[in-house]
Design a protein around this ligand. Structure first.
Ligand code: PGA
Length: 250
């Protein structure tokens, strides 16, 4: 299975011109043998970036679980699917923190995505406070099991699911998780997935790491922690750094 390297541009850049240049600057990554590279720009850039034909996969940072209707300001998963999106980040900690997303809401999104043949990347991870209180694993287990509630029916499509371990204290702080600590959580999440879906099915689900990933530390998460990919925020806005991440994990 290829490593999944996801660029989360968050609410950047502010112009299409910059977005276009950034995408064109990294388009050579489309031919990577060991990595599947997915770029998640803001919604408004998705369709145009896709049509640039750079060959890179375009994902989304969020979606709404209803197909259509009176939901002012939302973007439905069907609209994203039609725009050529495959991967959709679900339950990012910034969505949980600033937009009040709950485990229940995230579960609805994950279920709807799997049902529609899309590929959710379910984000889990503890805050600094939860880490200090020693409840990190409890939090991760809750987010994972609640986020994946009642999805047994879609076992066949479970290979479309990825789980991103993103310790909140490591996001955008320049204070990444140590690879040995990420390894402990990788093993923990793997066990939980096996418990829920059985060993064979769990094997199909990629577990990736996110939180202050850069060109220097990327390799450690793949080689030392066993992670099957990376979710990259800040460093994905710097084309040289992002290319370095993808090249360095080999
Ligand atoms: P970061 O963000 O790489 O800037 O820490 C990661 C993320 O939020 O997905």
């Amino acid at each position: 299975m290829k490593k999944l390297i996801v660029a989360n541009w968050k609410m950047n850049p502010t112009s299409f011109k910059e977005a276009r240049n950034l995408l064109l600057g990294i388009k050579k990554l489309k031919n990577e043998k060991i990595a599947e590279v997915v770029i998640c720009p803001p919604f408004v850039f998705i369709r145009e970036l896709k049509s640039l034909g750079a060959g890179l996969k375009i994902g989304a940072q969020n979606c709404f679980f209803e197909e259509k209707g009176a939901f002012t300001g939302e973007v439905s998963l069907l609209m994203l699917k039609e725009a050529g999106v495959e991967y959709i980040i679900s339950g990012h900690s910034e969505r949980r923190k600033y937009f009040g997303e709950t485990d229940e809401l995230i579960n609805k999104k994950v279920k709807a995505l799997l049902k529609n043949g899309l590929k959710p990347i379910l984000c889990v991870g503890e805050t600094e406070k939860e880490r200090k209180m020693g409840v990190a694993k409890e939090v991760i287990k809750r987010q994972l099991f609640k986020g994946l509630e009642k999805i047994d029916d879609w076992k066949l499509r479970i290979k479309n699911l990825s789980v991103a371990y993103e310790p909140v204290w490591a996001i955008g702080t320049g204070n990444p998780c140590l690879p040995k600590d990420a390894k402990e959580i990788f093993i923990f999440i793997k066990k939980l997935l096996e418990e829920k879906f059985g060993k064979e099915t769990a094997k199909k689900i990629r577990i990736i790491y996110g939180g202050s990933v850069n060109g220097e530390n990327a390799k450690g998460y793949i080689k030392e922690s066993g992670m099957q990919g990376l979710l990259v925020g800040g460093a994905s806005l710097d084309q040289k750094e992002f290319i370095k991440i993808v090249k360095n994990i080999r």
